[in-house]
Write a new protein. Structure first.
Length: 190
Protein backbone atom coordinates (compact mmCIF):
# COMPACT_ATOMS: atom_id res chain seq x y z
CA UNK A 1 0.00 0.00 0.00
CA UNK A 2 1.43 3.38 -1.03
CA UNK A 3 0.84 6.56 0.91
CA UNK A 4 0.63 10.03 -0.60
CA UNK A 5 2.47 12.62 1.43
CA UNK A 6 0.47 15.60 2.71
CA UNK A 7 2.53 18.05 0.59
CA UNK A 8 1.76 16.12 -2.60
CA UNK A 9 -1.93 15.93 -1.71
CA UNK A 10 -2.09 19.71 -1.21
CA UNK A 11 -0.37 20.26 -4.58
CA UNK A 12 -2.82 17.90 -6.28
CA UNK A 13 -5.83 19.61 -4.71
CA UNK A 14 -4.47 23.04 -5.61
CA UNK A 15 -4.11 21.98 -9.25
CA UNK A 16 -7.71 20.80 -9.38
CA UNK A 17 -9.49 24.01 -8.43
CA UNK A 18 -8.93 27.45 -9.93
CA UNK A 19 -9.00 30.48 -7.66
CA UNK A 20 -11.91 32.63 -8.82
CA UNK A 21 -11.80 36.39 -8.63
CA UNK A 22 -14.63 38.88 -8.83
CA UNK A 23 -13.35 41.71 -10.99
CA UNK A 24 -15.17 45.07 -10.72
CA UNK A 25 -15.88 47.17 -13.84
CA UNK A 26 -16.94 50.83 -14.02
CA UNK A 27 -16.12 54.35 -12.96
CA UNK A 28 -13.87 54.21 -9.90
CA UNK A 29 -13.51 50.42 -10.16
CA UNK A 30 -10.42 48.33 -10.94
CA UNK A 31 -11.36 48.01 -14.63
CA UNK A 32 -12.69 51.13 -16.44
CA UNK A 33 -13.96 49.13 -19.44
CA UNK A 34 -15.66 45.77 -19.84
CA UNK A 35 -13.03 44.62 -22.34
CA UNK A 36 -10.22 45.42 -19.87
CA UNK A 37 -11.89 43.05 -17.41
CA UNK A 38 -12.44 40.37 -20.06
CA UNK A 39 -8.76 40.57 -20.99
CA UNK A 40 -7.81 39.86 -17.36
CA UNK A 41 -10.11 36.90 -16.59
CA UNK A 42 -9.06 33.37 -15.87
CA UNK A 43 -11.29 30.32 -15.52
CA UNK A 44 -13.86 30.79 -12.77
CA UNK A 45 -13.67 34.60 -12.67
CA UNK A 46 -16.58 37.04 -12.66
CA UNK A 47 -16.60 40.39 -14.47
CA UNK A 48 -19.08 42.34 -12.32
CA UNK A 49 -20.14 45.43 -14.27
CA UNK A 50 -21.43 48.48 -12.39
CA UNK A 51 -24.12 50.87 -13.69
CA UNK A 52 -23.34 52.81 -16.82
CA UNK A 53 -23.24 52.87 -20.59
CA UNK A 54 -20.17 51.24 -22.09
CA UNK A 55 -19.57 52.10 -25.75
CA UNK A 56 -17.26 49.31 -26.84
CA UNK A 57 -17.07 46.15 -28.90
CA UNK A 58 -16.34 43.10 -26.75
CA UNK A 59 -14.40 39.95 -27.52
CA UNK A 60 -14.21 36.86 -25.32
CA UNK A 61 -10.49 36.05 -25.05
CA UNK A 62 -10.44 32.61 -23.36
CA UNK A 63 -12.63 29.70 -22.36
CA UNK A 64 -13.62 28.70 -18.87
CA UNK A 65 -13.83 25.06 -17.85
CA UNK A 66 -16.62 22.70 -16.85
CA UNK A 67 -15.83 23.29 -13.17
CA UNK A 68 -14.92 26.97 -13.54
CA UNK A 69 -17.20 28.94 -15.86
CA UNK A 70 -16.42 32.59 -16.57
CA UNK A 71 -19.26 35.04 -15.85
CA UNK A 72 -20.00 38.48 -17.30
CA UNK A 73 -22.80 40.03 -15.24
CA UNK A 74 -24.32 43.29 -14.10
CA UNK A 75 -23.76 44.38 -10.51
CA UNK A 76 -26.90 43.69 -8.45
CA UNK A 77 -29.84 45.74 -9.76
CA UNK A 78 -27.64 48.19 -11.69
CA UNK A 79 -28.59 49.06 -15.27
CA UNK A 80 -25.68 48.19 -17.55
CA UNK A 81 -25.73 49.01 -21.27
CA UNK A 82 -23.07 47.89 -23.73
CA UNK A 83 -23.48 49.48 -27.15
CA UNK A 84 -21.48 49.49 -30.36
CA UNK A 85 -21.69 50.57 -33.99
CA UNK A 86 -19.36 47.66 -34.80
CA UNK A 87 -20.64 44.15 -35.33
CA UNK A 88 -20.76 41.90 -33.47
CA UNK A 89 -21.15 43.80 -30.24
CA UNK A 90 -19.91 40.67 -28.45
CA UNK A 91 -17.61 38.38 -30.43
CA UNK A 92 -17.89 35.00 -28.78
CA UNK A 93 -14.77 33.78 -30.65
CA UNK A 94 -15.68 30.12 -30.23
CA UNK A 95 -14.96 30.32 -26.49
CA UNK A 96 -16.73 27.91 -24.14
CA UNK A 97 -18.00 27.78 -20.55
CA UNK A 98 -19.27 31.35 -20.30
CA UNK A 99 -22.34 32.85 -18.60
CA UNK A 100 -23.48 36.31 -19.74
CA UNK A 101 -26.37 37.70 -17.72
CA UNK A 102 -28.30 40.87 -16.96
CA UNK A 103 -26.86 43.17 -19.62
CA UNK A 104 -28.54 45.55 -22.06
CA UNK A 105 -26.65 45.11 -25.33
CA UNK A 106 -27.38 47.34 -28.35
CA UNK A 107 -26.10 47.25 -31.92
CA UNK A 108 -26.61 50.63 -33.59
CA UNK A 109 -24.31 50.41 -36.60
CA UNK A 110 -24.83 49.89 -40.31
CA UNK A 111 -24.24 46.57 -41.98
CA UNK A 112 -25.96 43.68 -43.71
CA UNK A 113 -24.31 40.85 -41.77
CA UNK A 114 -24.91 42.34 -38.35
CA UNK A 115 -25.27 40.67 -34.98
CA UNK A 116 -25.10 41.32 -31.25
CA UNK A 117 -23.67 37.96 -30.14
CA UNK A 118 -21.78 36.10 -32.85
CA UNK A 119 -19.68 33.01 -33.44
CA UNK A 120 -19.36 30.77 -36.45
CA UNK A 121 -18.51 27.59 -34.55
CA UNK A 122 -17.48 25.86 -31.33
CA UNK A 123 -19.11 28.06 -28.71
CA UNK A 124 -19.96 25.30 -26.27
CA UNK A 125 -21.57 25.52 -22.85
CA UNK A 126 -22.63 29.14 -23.29
CA UNK A 127 -25.46 30.77 -21.30
CA UNK A 128 -27.04 34.10 -22.25
CA UNK A 129 -29.77 35.05 -19.80
CA UNK A 130 -31.93 37.86 -18.44
CA UNK A 131 -30.56 40.39 -20.93
CA UNK A 132 -32.10 42.93 -23.29
CA UNK A 133 -30.69 42.72 -26.81
CA UNK A 134 -31.62 45.63 -29.10
CA UNK A 135 -30.88 45.42 -32.80
CA UNK A 136 -31.38 49.11 -33.58
CA UNK A 137 -29.98 49.44 -37.09
CA UNK A 138 -28.32 47.55 -39.89
CA UNK A 139 -29.84 44.32 -41.07
CA UNK A 140 -29.37 40.63 -40.81
CA UNK A 141 -29.05 39.76 -44.45
CA UNK A 142 -28.23 36.10 -45.05
CA UNK A 143 -25.56 35.86 -42.33
CA UNK A 144 -26.80 37.92 -39.42
CA UNK A 145 -29.20 37.99 -36.49
CA UNK A 146 -29.04 39.46 -32.97
CA UNK A 147 -28.04 35.97 -31.74
CA UNK A 148 -25.87 34.32 -34.40
CA UNK A 149 -24.41 31.22 -32.75
CA UNK A 150 -23.73 28.39 -35.19
CA UNK A 151 -22.20 24.92 -34.96
CA UNK A 152 -22.14 24.96 -31.18
CA UNK A 153 -23.22 22.65 -28.39
CA UNK A 154 -24.97 23.05 -25.02
CA UNK A 155 -26.37 26.55 -25.46
CA UNK A 156 -28.75 28.07 -22.90
CA UNK A 157 -30.70 31.19 -23.91
CA UNK A 158 -33.25 32.06 -21.22
CA UNK A 159 -35.26 35.08 -20.07
CA UNK A 160 -34.02 37.54 -22.68
CA UNK A 161 -35.86 40.27 -24.54
CA UNK A 162 -34.72 40.61 -28.13
CA UNK A 163 -35.90 43.76 -29.90
CA UNK A 164 -35.36 44.11 -33.66
CA UNK A 165 -36.17 47.78 -34.22
CA UNK A 166 -34.40 48.27 -37.56
CA UNK A 167 -36.29 48.71 -40.79
CA UNK A 168 -33.22 47.95 -42.93
CA UNK A 169 -33.34 44.39 -44.27
CA UNK A 170 -35.14 41.60 -42.52
CA UNK A 171 -33.66 39.58 -39.72
CA UNK A 172 -34.50 36.72 -37.42
CA UNK A 173 -34.07 36.98 -33.66
CA UNK A 174 -31.70 34.05 -33.53
CA UNK A 175 -29.72 31.75 -35.82
CA UNK A 176 -28.60 28.50 -34.21
CA UNK A 177 -27.81 26.57 -37.41
CA UNK A 178 -26.18 23.19 -36.71
CA UNK A 179 -26.29 23.82 -32.94
CA UNK A 180 -27.25 21.00 -30.60
CA UNK A 181 -28.40 20.54 -27.01
CA UNK A 182 -30.24 23.85 -26.92
CA UNK A 183 -32.25 25.19 -23.99
CA UNK A 184 -34.22 28.18 -25.23
CA UNK A 185 -37.03 29.32 -22.92
CA UNK A 186 -38.76 32.40 -21.61
CA UNK A 187 -37.44 34.75 -24.31
CA UNK A 188 -39.45 37.49 -25.98
CA UNK A 189 -38.62 38.59 -29.51
CA UNK A 190 -40.26 41.44 -31.35
Amino acid sequence: MRHIGLGLLIVLLGATFAHAAQREVGTGQTYPTVQACLNAVTAGDICNVHAGTYTEQLSLPISGTLANRITLQKNGSDVVTVQSTSTPVVNLNGQSYWTITGLNVTYNGIGTSSSIFRTISNNNYLTISNSVLTFASGGGGSTGAPLFIRESDHLTVNGNTIAVTTTTNGTDCADFLHASNLEVAGNTCY
